[in-house]
Design a protein around this ligand. Structure first.
Ligand code: AMP
Ligand code: GLY
Length: 423
């Protein structure tokens, strides 16, 4: 099969690495890829949002399967455009991607099937939202969310009524996130521990991957600003098989069935962000794609052929059964540019990659990197993902940090506590 992978971050490097191992992978292109992906695939300079260009490239290069990493092209209809061109796409259509593209839509689907999620209300009027908040905060705190696509910036977890009213003003009156905040969702604030549950689905069957925990805050001890993700680990000692089964039975399967019944079957990866409160899983959000950095921890443990699975999911032909993952642990540490998630410099040379690559039981996935004159330079906020593998979380963690210590670029920062709190 000839494969086009859309995206150019650490998630896509991990996907490319795994797709490449398939005996069915005869050609692998990445749009746009990065310096790490370029070592195993042919990178083509097409923006992931440039849908007509992607479709044209896929046609011209006789692509058999397009695998989409990021959400934006899916929410914008890349899968639909490929479908029209007769090219299978791993990733949902625009209508199905609304599970991520509209938080109000996701909540309505969950309500329809009684999937556990925080009680909520949807608003398009700021005064009505404020009135609801005043009443609700009398008994309990709320979370204010922009309905639309907001690149992780649309959620305001509020401690006080004042914070929540400010969020309404920012989203609805100042249009701080543009059209994304025209409608908002207000929901009760849940308490507990979070986990990411990624399921492969062909629109009918849902095959879960091991749960992963990611770290969204920039600094150790979950302090500092929110980021795209600073690391993650799997498996989770606190996520029992019974808990995951409950999440599948009460959330993932009913939602996938509801999407099929609507005539908009969901194919690809359905990523459920869950909160476990009183040992019950509740959905915080859905993503319509693989997680980043969750994928970097999961792909090294996946024993099945990703290309076959992705093709079957894309064409509605997954087999019953379960995915096979190695019973080992993986810890992923993200190396970020100085200043990230705020402003940062790019173009800085990265030292020590070869030495780090020699560290046993580790893998290095590139995120924001580019090659120039034989050197690897930084080119993004999240630069590299170092994955340590081991029989236990402790050894996986040691392996990851051993490789991290080999790598250096000016201003580099990373969290030192990934996988620590569970040990
Ligand atoms: P989201 O972008 O929807 O994943 O939200 C980002 C983060 O906000 C989540 O990972 C949670 O930490 C937090 N969050 C979202 N919804 C809630 C909620 N209802 N209760 C508590 N925390 C929440
Ligand atoms: N790790 C969070 C995400 O992929 O959205």
């Amino acid at each position: 099969m000839r494969v086009l992978l859309v995206g150019g971050g650490g998630r896509e490097h991990a996907l490319a690495w795994k797709l490449r191992q398939s005996p069915h992978c005869h050609a692998l292109y990445a749009a746009p890829g990065n310096a790490g992906i370029a070592q195993i695939a042919e990178c083509v300079p097409i923006n992931p949002k440039a849908i007509p260009e992607l479709v044209q490239f896929a046609r011209q290069h006789a692509i058999d399967l397009v695998v989409v990493g990021p959400e934006s092209p899916l929410i914008a209809g890349l899968a639909d455009a490929l479908q029209e061109a007769g090219i299978p796409c791993f990733g949902p259509t625009r209508a199905a991607a609304q599970l991520e593209g509209s938080k109000a839509f996701a909540k309505q689907v969950m309500a329809q099937v009684n999937a556990p999620t925080a009680p909520f209300a949807v608003f398009e009027d700021a005064d009505a939202a404020r009135a609801y908040l005043r009443e609700r905060f009398a008994t309990q705190p709320c979370v204010v969310k922009a309905d639309g696509e907001a690149l992780g910036k649309g959620v305001f977890v509020c401690d006080t009524l004042g914070d929540a009213l400010d969020a309404v003003e920012f989203l609805m009156e100042h249009e701080g996130l543009g059209a994304a905040g025209k409608h908002i969702v207000i929901e009760d604030r849940l308490q507990g521990r979070e986990l990411s549950l990624l399921c492969l689905t062909d629109g009918e069957r849902a095959l879960p991957m091991p749960p992963v925990r990611d770290y969204k805050r920039a600094l150790d001890g979950n302090r500092g600003p929110n980021t795209g993700g600073m690391g993650c680990y799997t498996p989770l000692p606190d996520a029992t098989p019974a808990l995951i089964e409950t999440a599948l039975q009460t959330i993932v399967s009913p939602v996938i069935q509801a999407m099929a019944q609507r005539g908009t079957p969901y194919r690809g990866v359905l990523y459920a962000g869950l909160m476990v409160q009183d040992e019950q899983p509740y959905t915080l959000e859905f993503n319509c794609r693989f997680g980043d950095p969750e994928t970097q921890a999961l792909m090294p443990l996946l024993q099945d052929d990703l290309l076959t699975l992705a093709y079957r999911a894309a064409t509605g032909a997954l087999e019953d059964g379960s995915l096979v993952f190695e019973a080992r642990a993986a810890v992923c540490v993200v190396l970020a540019s100085g200043g990230y998630p705020g402003e940062y410099r790019a173009g800085l040379p990265i030292e020590g990659l070869d030495a780090a690559a020699q560290t046993p039981n580790t893998l290095i996935f590139h995120a924001g990197t580019r090659a120039e004159n034989g050197r690897i330079l930084t080119s993004g906020g999240r630069v590299l993902n170092i994955v340590g593998l081991g029989d236990t979380l402790e050894t996986a963690r040691q392996n990851a940090y051993r490789a991290v210590e080999q790598i250096h670029f000016e201003g580099m920062h990373y969290r030192r506590d990934i996988g620590e709190s569970v040990l």
